[in-house]
Ligand binder design. Structure first.
Ligand SMILES: [Zn+2]
Length: 486
């Protein structure tokens, strides 16, 4: 039996699930909620996919890892380099790294930020945010995926995303079904102490379509997938989670346009031309229709480059810029010319659409601040500062549900994304590194149960560090002394 199953639906929110339950459309979610403790879970700031999953599985705040977006942006003088965050930025700090040190076996399937794969006790398979090649540990698993689960077809589907909307939605559904088949077949064939599995919906769908009927279809698929998981995997504890929620917004704030007007930032020549073209199209066919085609055209034009900020700005003429992979109400803000940091942040504070600016202290790389706006912040080219556009955006309210042995039924409990790792370690009977930001959610456990009576045990972060067996023993002894047990 799997001791802990952590099942994630990227972008899932109770705000969409509960109304569909009321219409009797999601029977599996309905039954599971009645048998579980569940509530809203506050995501990371910003609520972005890679930092949120990594914070969930490390218990660390994005500031502790300088990870606030999909992209790692390093500024050296006037040189700006960016790439997608990968496992080299977080490995060693994640919960399955700790389980490996305790010889507990994990399956990690489709968790963002786990590419390139690296040795753990068990199996690691990265799919989203990877080239879908050399994406497994051990290496030979890739052959199994190719022959038994048509990884080649998944690679083709990946290419179709961002092209034609109808095909993309079909490709998303096919990809989810394949991941589900990999999960059921691996859990049948191997035994794991912990399984970490993430499905990309509804996040993927929200970035492809604004249509409510597509979102409804996506939730019905989620419900049948959940049914299959519950029927095929025996577990002691199930944690059902998302990394952030989603919600529809009607206005977008183009913060880099404001910086451009103040002379702090200058888009590349190509993007300036796009901004003019967009404005022209807006006046002919309307903003909403323009956005539908514009996103695809921009994506096609910027193939392979769209995530790289250095291709979007005239670097020599930009003292600062905001950048995030998708719009949310929060956006990382980077100052290239550090001598002007206070001046530029001071100017931003005067903008009526900016609610708050949180300074960030990342020494090596990362943003200087996180901007919070009353509208979702887009970093795409625009000649308007604010524009009326409907879109799904990431929301701070993720989902949390826990079901299983000694777990209270039909209870409500809101929590934070940082609470997942300490709680999972506690239910597995393992100590919690004191560097973790969250807490053990003891309220989920029945008052009379043995596990509820057991106090969480905290240890220094070196406890799980590789190659420090001696230090680990010393730390344990030290901790037991502190607790007065020896
Ligand atoms: Zn996400």
């Amino acid at each position: 039996m799997t001791r802990v199953l952590i099942l994630g639906f990227d972008g899932a929110t109770w705000d969409l699930i509960t109304p569909l339950i009321a219409q009797d459309m999601l029977p599996t979610f309905k039954n599971l909620m009645e048998e579980s403790t569940w509530g809203y879970m506050e995501s990371t700031v910003p609520p972005m996919t890679i930092p949120a999953w990594i914070s969930m599985f490390s218990g660390l705040h994005p500031e502790q890892m300088c990870m606030f977006d999909l992209n790692k942006i390093v500024i050296k003088g006037e040189i700006v380099e960016s790439r997608i965050f990968n496992s080299n930025d977080s490995k060693g700090n994640l919960i399955w790294d700790f389980l490996s040190r305790e010889n507990l076996k994990s399956l990690i399937l489709n968790i963002p930020g786990t590419f390139p794969p690296y040795p753990i006790e068990g199996h690691l398979i990265g799919l989203d945010y990877t080239p879908m090649e050399n994406c497994t540990y051990p290496e030979e698993l890739e052959k199994v995926l190719e022959t038994e689960h048509d990884l080649t077809r998944m690679r083709e589907n990946q290419k179709q995303l961002h092209e034609k909307e109808e095909i993309a939605l079909g490709a998303i559904q096919e990809e989810e079904r394949t991941i589900l088949r990999i999960l059921t077949s691996f859990s049948e064939r191997f035994s794991y102490d912990a399984i970490f599995i993430r499905f990309g919906i509804p996040d993927h769908v929200s970035h492809q379509s604004i249509r409510d009927d597509e979102m409804k279809k996506c939730h019905i698929l989620m419900d049948t997938m959940l049914r299959t998981v519950l029927d095929s995997i025996e577990y002691e504890y199930l944690f059902l989670v998302s990394d952030h929620g989603i919600r529809k917004e009607d206005t977008v704030f183009y913060v880099n346009r404001y910086l451009e007007k103040l002379g702090y930032s200058r888009p590349s020549f190509a993007l300036r031309m796009f901004a003019y073209l967009k404005l022209l199209l807006d006046s002919i066919v309307g903003v909403q229709k323009t956005n539908q085609v514009f996103d695809k055209v921009l994506h096609f034009f910027m193939r392979g480059k769209s995530v790289f900020v250095q291709d979007r700005l005239e670097m020599g003429e930009s003292a600062a810029f905001a950048f995030s992979a998708v719009p949310t109400h929060f956006c990382p803000f980077y100052v290239v010319d550090k001598t002007r940091k206070d001046e530029i942040i001071g100017a931003l504070r005067k903008n009526k659409y900016i609610k708050d600016i949180q300074k960030v202290d990342c020494t090596e790389y990362g943003p200087s601040a996180i901007l919070e706006s009353c509208y979702p912040i887009s970093v795409k080219p625009s000649l308007r500062e604010v524009s009326a556009e409907s879109r799904w955006v990431h929301d701070m309210r993720a989902i949390f549900l826990v079901h299983g042995k000694n777990i209270k039924k039909g209870c409500r409990l809101d929590c934070s994304i940082y609470d997942i790792s300490p709680t999972v370690l506690h239910v597995l009977g393992l100590p919690i590194p004191d560097i973790m930001k969250g807490r053990v959610l003891t309220e989920i456990l029945e008052e009379t149960s043995e596990i509820r009576k057991r106090d969480p045990q905290y240890v220094p972060s070196t406890y799980y560090a590789p190659g420090v067996e001696e230090g680990k023993i010393k730390d344990t002894i030290k901790n037991l002394k502190i607790q007065g047990k020896i």
